[in-house]
Structure formats: structure tokens, C-alpha cells
Design a protein around this ligand. Structure first.
Ligand SMILES: NC(=O)c1ccc[n+]([C@@H]2O[C@H](COP(=O)([O-])OP(=O)(O)OC[C@H]3O[C@@H](n4cnc5c(N)ncnc54)[C@H](OP(=O)(O)O)[C@@H]3O)[C@@H](O)[C@H]2O)c1
Length: 256
């Protein structure tokens, strides 16, 4: 199936690692013109070169999207002239028992996982072309909370609600959906599992297998498997779906 993304302009926020990097690569393979945002400028340069190597147009701007000034500058520059889709990927799980989670921890989680997305969508809004698609990266934990991760569980649930709220408010001009990954084996998760394995003195493979134990498909997801769903929702092919949160979690969330 041709996703119809050839020549379309797509902004990816949180593009240099994990799911965002897989999204950027897949968009490039589909012939989209990609705008890239993350904090690390050197990683953005490397990624833009990689995407150009795939024959895609790629532009970038380093910005911390929790900082309104930096977010404004990046979105204005990369969206000037109009964009067809926005994929907001930046976000992070927060592992801390509720009793130890200070206001500061909560504020940081809400800043990155909710307010940054609110800000980026609001800034991009005047540049979104008719029929544009917005894709927010939530988490399966927004539907089935992870133990000891209340600051990110709650923020990701709010993000799913934001997608539904905006879907109605921005219809019919802009479509908004949320993709909610389960446990995905990104560099970040692998590093964490490596640390845990070293701490417990067990092989990495054992720590990885334990982490995937509860997943009906019996393994972690790959960033590319989340990217495939996000890129579909960023494409004109998803033109009659809005306000939805779709989990990509190997069956971990058991709900109808
Ligand atoms: N991996 C999982 O298992 C999993 C599970 C559930 C949900 N998710 C969600 O899926 C999304 C992607 O996760 P991931 O694991 O692929 O993340 P990741 O590997 O940590 O990558 C995050 C990306 O966002 C950028 N970023 C982070 N903070 C930023 C900021 N303040 N401003 C601008 N860019 C920022 C990072 O680059 P810089 O550091 O250079 O800024 C990086 O490119 C997140 O929203 C996450 O919450 C992931």
C-alpha cells in the first residue's frame, strides 16, 4: 500500500533515538520531506545525513520542547510554508514510588509528557494544512498503569484524552490520534536492563526475558513496529480516523 506521503512535509519532534528515529527513517523511506527536532544537535546532523542518504529531504533544529522559546523557534522555522503532518514523540516513563514523587518530579513529567505536546501542537496549528494529521506518542501505561510510575502513567492518560479532545475541536481540518507503545526495546530500555542485570549479577538475556514475561506475544516490541503504526496515522491513508488511541504492545493491555 502506498501511504501517499511522497513529497509531504512532516515534522517529527523527538526524532533522534528509539521510536522517533524509526518514525523519521520510515517517513524518509516513504518519500516524505522531514523536519527533525531533538535537543542533541550532533545527533540531528547525523540523522539528517542518514535520511538524505535514503534520498529524502531533511531539515532539523535543535530544541528542548519543554522550553517555550526553543519550541517556538523550532516549530516556526521547520513548519514555515505549511506541514502535512506532525508526529510528537518526545516523552519518557518516570519510575518513582508515589510516596517519593515530589511536586518537582510530577511537574517534570507533565512538562515533557503533556505540556510539551500541547505546546508543539498549538504552535504548529497555524501551519497545518487542511487534512493534516497529528500523531501523539502516548503509552500503554496510560491505559493499564505500570506499578511505581504514576507521574508518567497519569501524564500519558492525559495525552490520550488530549488527542480525543483535539480531534473534535480541530475537526474537520486536522486529524489527531495517539499511538501508545507498550514495552519497546529501544537503546534506552536496553541500557536500563543492562544496568539492572549487572546490579543483580544475572545475564542480560535473563533480564530482557523477565521484562517481557507479561507480554502475550512473548517479546518486546521493536521501534520500527511502533513507527509503522505512527507513520500510518501520519499519512493521508488514515483520513477517516481521528481521536483514537491505538496501543502497540504485543497484547499487554487487556481491554476491549
Ligand atoms: N520505549 C518504550 O518502551 C516506551 C513505552 C511506552 C511509551 N513510550 C513513549 O514513546 C515515545 C518514544 O519513546 P522512546 O523510548 O523511543 O524515547 P527515547 O529513546 O528516550 O527518545 C526520545 C527522543 O526524544 C528526544 N527528546 C527527549 N526529550 C526532549 C525534549 N525535552 N525536547 C526535544 N526532544 C526531546 C530525544 O532526543 P534528545 O535527548 O537529544 O532531546 C530522543 O530523540 C515517548 O513519548 C515515550 O514516552 C516508549
Amino acid at each position: 500500500m502506498d501511504l501517499g506521503l511522497r513529497g509531504q512535509r512532516v515534522l517529527v519532534v523527538g526524532a533522534t533515538r528509539g521510536v522517533g528515529r524509526a518514525v523519521a527513517r520510515l517517513l524518509a523511506e516513504e518519500g516524505a520531506r522531514v523536519g527533525l527536532v531533538a535537543r542533541d544537535g550532533a545527533a540531528l546532523v547525523r540523522l539528517a545525513e542518514e535520511l538524505r542518504g535514503l534520498g529524502a529531504e531533511a531539515d532539523w533544529q535543535a530544541a528542548d520542547v519543554t522550553d517555550p522559546t526553543q519550541a517556538t523557534a523550532a516549530v516556526r522555522r521547520l513548519c514555515a510554508g505549511g506541514v502535512d503532518a506532525l508526529v510528537h514523540v518526545a516523552g519518557s516513563g518516570v519510575r518513582v514510588p508515589f510516596a517519593e514523587a515530589t511536586d518537582e518530579v510530577w511537574r517534570a513529567s507533565l512538562e515533557l509528557n503533556l505540556l510539551a505536546a500541547v505546546r508543539v501542537v498549538r504552535l504548529a496549528l497555524p501551519h497545518l494544512r487542511d487534512g493534516a494529521r497529528v500523531v501523539l506518542l502516548g503509552a500503554a501505561s496510560g491505559k493499564r498503569p505500570h506499578l511505581g510510575q504514576s507521574p508518567s502513567n497519569a501524564a500519558k492518560a492525559a495525552l490520550a484524552n488530549l488527542a480525543a479532545s483535539l480531534a473534535e475541536e480541530l475537526a474537520p481540518r486536522v486529524l489527531v490520534n495517539c499511538v501508545a507503545p507498550g514495552r519497546i526495546l529501544t537503546e534506552r530500555r536496553l541500557a536500563r536492563l543492562q544496568e539492572a542485570a549487572a546490579r543483580r549479577g544475572v545475564p542480560l538475556a535473563e533480564a530482557v526475558a523477565e521484562d517481557a514475561e507479561e507480554i502475550p506475544l512473548g517479546r518486546h516490541g521493536r521501534p520500527e513496529e511502533v513507527a509503522a503504526v505512527a507513520v500510518f496515522f501520519a499519512s493521508p491513508r488514515a483520513g477517516y480516523v481521528t481521536g483514537q488511541t491505538v496501543v502497540v504492545d504485543g497484547g499487554w493491555v487487556r481491554s476491549v
